[in-house]
Write a protein that binds this ligand. Structure first.
Ligand SMILES: Nc1ncnc2c1ncn2[C@@H]1O[C@H](COP(=O)(O)OP(=O)(O)OP(=O)(O)O)[C@@H](O)[C@H]1O
Ligand SMILES: [Mg+2]
Length: 291
């Protein structure tokens, strides 16, 4: 039997001073993961790392048609935090989260989940690790057409030979407002409803790390806010690690940290973002990249 490597977090340096109330996010002891702080806790850059990309290069196609989707992308994803990924269309956001989740091969560089090097795993072990430890909300939903919403929701557990925890499933279904649609197939659901099923499917098995590629892109503002609040609360109360791609500064403002991609690289980041601060950041980046 194959042993699935656990995602052991890369340990944080020991704090040298006791935790204290502060707005200095570099201070040791600030909102230690595992001890969810009330309200909006800012990320601790010294906290344990759930996932890491090091100098990742990914090229699609060959020769004249080759596109360098990732061009030396490096990023640390802190455990128990909500990280947003932003950047222009085509900047490599989906490629980056696919690479971090082990869904796509990379040309060079390294992807670490905890201290597991994805490149060192066999295809089979990578698949098992993904199934057991990761949740992924695809930009294109990727629901199974022949299954009902409820069956799609439970799929990761069905594949693993288990069943959803009914209390957790009920909580998800209620949060996602899917109660009345559970027996319908994807073709009978609106785009927003399909997206909510895809989110539920990513969360049903309570994976350690959830990647969501524009999970609010098809939701109205109320459903979007409910989902974002739920995701943020999951990082606080369940120590859930979440990485979300978004184009929406309002959605990004729910995150603890935003990283900005341009031309396949992380070019900037912002801690404790607000919609306004993200907007002005994006405008500055546009001016730099465009100019
Ligand atoms: N399967 C593929 N084959 C060829 N090129 C691809 C493929 N997938 C992505 N690309 C290219 O790689 C680059 C990065 O694509 P990616 O999907 O990561 O961008 P993105 O930032 O997620 O964009 P969007 O905001 O539009 O979703 C783009 O130039 C895209 O055209
Ligand atoms: Mg994308």
């Amino acid at each position: 039997m194959t042993t699935i490597p656990a995602i052991t977090p890369i340990p944080a340096p020991e704090p040298t001073t006791p935790g204290r109330a502060t707005t200095d996010h570099t201070a040791p002891g600030h909102a230690a993961p595992g001890h969810a702080a009330p309200g909006h806790a800012a990320p601790d850059p010294t906290g344990p790392i759930a996932a890491r990309a090091v100098d990742v290069v990914k090229t699609y196609g060959r020769g004249e048609a080759a596109v360098r989707a990732l061009d030396g992308a490096s990023v640390d994803i802190q455990r128990g935090r909500f990280t947003a990924v932003m950047g222009p269309s085509g900047s490599g956001k989906s490629t980056l989260v696919h690479a971090l989740a082990g869904l796509d091969s990379i040309d060079s560089g390294q992807i670490l989940l905890g201290d597991t090097d994805l490149g060192a795993l066999s295809e089979r072990d990578r698949t098992l690790l993904r199934r057991e430890r990761l949740g992924f909300v695809f930009q294109a939903f990727n629901l199974i057409p022949a299954l009902t919403a409820e069956e799609n929701l439970a799929l990761p557990l069905t594949l693993a030979g288990t069943r959803p925890d009914p209390v957790w499933q009920a909580e998800l279904v209620q949060m996602l407002g899917l109660g009345a649609r559970l027996r319908h197939r994807p073709a009978e659901l609106s785009g927003g409803q399909q997206q909510r099923v895809a989110v539920g499917r990513a969360l049903i098995a309570r994976p350690e790390l959830v990647f969501a590629d524009e999970p609010t892109g098809n939701l109205d503002s109320r459903a979007g806010a409910a989902l974002l609040t739920f995701l943020r609360d999951a990082t606080r109360s369940l120590d859930q690690t979440i990485v979300m791609v978004t184009h929406d500064p309002g959605a990004a403002s729910y995150a603890d940290r935003v990283v900005f991609l341009a031309d396949g690289r992380i070019v900037d980041e912002q801690v404790d973002p607000t919609a306004e601060s993200v907007l002005s950041h994006l405008a500055r980046l546009d001016a730099q990249v465009g100019g």
